[in-house]
Design a protein around this ligand. Structure first.
Ligand SMILES: [Zn+2]
Length: 136
């Protein structure tokens, strides 16, 4: 399970939709007190940061919409409490970019420059094969 701290524009279809799905699972764990809470480092770092997780979801959805993927699973904004910015990282942004570059999928979809946080790099060109393929 991983929520990336890099701009969603970098993620291939598989990783964008995968992160979106995992974010919903994480959100349910944190808002409903489901078991598994407090074990996984990715879960732990979002404790007290539901607002930040909410904004990450919004960023993923914006990118999904830009690519023509459907989205029908809004989060309950009234639960988006706590810090609005994620200040804990498991890996540095540079390391995360290296991890993406090492995968066999099309990631990264666009070039990333150190210093560009999640939410940056908007309006990056979309590859033709990306258009209108998703349901998400
Ligand atoms: Zn990928």
């Amino acid at each position: 399970m991983r929520i990336w701290d890099l701009p969603p524009t970098l993620l291939c279809r598989q990783h964008l939709l995968g992160e979106h799905r995992e974010l919903h699972g994480l959100w349910n764990i944190l808002t409903q007190g489901k078991s598994g809470y407090g074990r996984h480092p990715e879960t732990l770092r979002w404790v007290g940061r539901l607002a930040a997780l909410y904004f990450r979801h919004e960023a993923l959805v914006a990118e999904m919409r830009r690519r023509g993927y459907r989205h029908r699973s809004p989060l309950d904004k009234s639960l988006a409490t706590g810090l609005q910015v994620q200040d804990k990282r498991i890996d540095s942004l540079t390391r995360q970019y290296e991890l993406l570059c090492g995968k066999s999928c099309p990631c990264p979809m666009v070039r990333w420059f150190p210093g560009v946080e999640a939410g940056g790099a908007r309006g990056a060109p979309m590859r033709n094969w990306e258009r209108g393929r998703g349901k998400g």
